[in-house]
Design a protein around this ligand. Structure first.
Ligand SMILES: [Zn+2]
Length: 239
């Protein structure tokens, strides 16, 4: 299978879904990671262009750990909007990767505007990607991919419908999160804790909820065709 994750910011995918991506990769599946914004407000000291350059490198390094095809969409952090241009860009990225499953932020449960927009745009384009009369320069998708929403920051407002046991891939997740060294400084500045603390606390809590050491949580929106890629095809159930 081909599994793609969209992040609003360069570190979201690593915090919320990288253990699952590592598990898919270990099972021989192909991985894609797309980042909507360039994370250019995530520094207390650097200029916007400086921190954006740092964060792109960090995200590329993390993506390389699961051999992911990497897509950097380059929008301004905190100013992501649902426009015709952004939709076409997302459709084109999806067509380039041709995913069976897409992981993205929860448009209904997340709180951050960039996360909400990312989830909304991914949701709104999932059928469009198959439609020939919406040309983008790459061949249309052969089928409608399955969408799973990943967790929110600290799990606030998110009721999981599915847990993925990532215990065996915890070291990979830690390394992927640690690629975002610049965000340790930012998170300490903003919240008084390093970014790795977010990932570990949440993964332990989701593991505690689901009976394993570390887990990631997901929720699947109702969609048609209901079994395009197959409910439960996510080959990463507990155990
Ligand atoms: Zn984010």
């Amino acid at each position: 299978m081909r599994v793609m994750a969209f992040g609003a910011h360069p570190d979201d995918v690593e915090i919320f879904a990288s253990g699952t991506l590592a598990k898919y990769r270990a099972q021989g599946h192909e991985i894609g990671i797309a980042i909507m914004t360039r994370g250019d407000v995530g520094s207390p000291t650097l200029t916007r262009d400086e921190i954006a350059e740092v964060r792109e490198k960090e995200a590329r390094n993390a993506a390389a750990m699961v051999d992911a095809e990497f897509y950097w969409l380059g929008h301004d952090d905190e100013f992501l909007y649902d426009t015709p241009e952004v939709r076409r860009q997302v459709i084109d990225v999806i067509r380039q990767f041709q995913p069976d499953i897409v992981l993205c932020p929860d448009k209904d449960k997340d709180y951050h505007p960039d996360h909400v927009r990312t989830g909304q745009i991914v949701w709104d384009t999932h059928v469009m990607a198959t439609v020939p009369l919406i040309p983008t320069g790459h061949p249309v998708c052969k089928k409608i991919h399955e969408i799973w929403y990943y967790d929110t920051a600290a799990g606030v407002g998110f009721e999981p419908g599915h847990y993925v046991d990532i215990s065996a891939h915890w070291e990979t997740k830690v390394k992927m999160v640690e690629c975002h060294d610049s965000q340790n400084a930012w998170c300490k500045h903003m919240y008084g804790i390093p970014v790795t603390y977010f990932a570990e606390t949440q993964s332990r809590f989701r593991g505690y909820q689901s009976g394993c050491t570390f887990a990631e949580a997901f929720r699947k929106p109702p969609m048609f065709p209901h079994t395009a890629a197959g409910d439960g095809l996510l080959p990463v159930a507990l155990g």
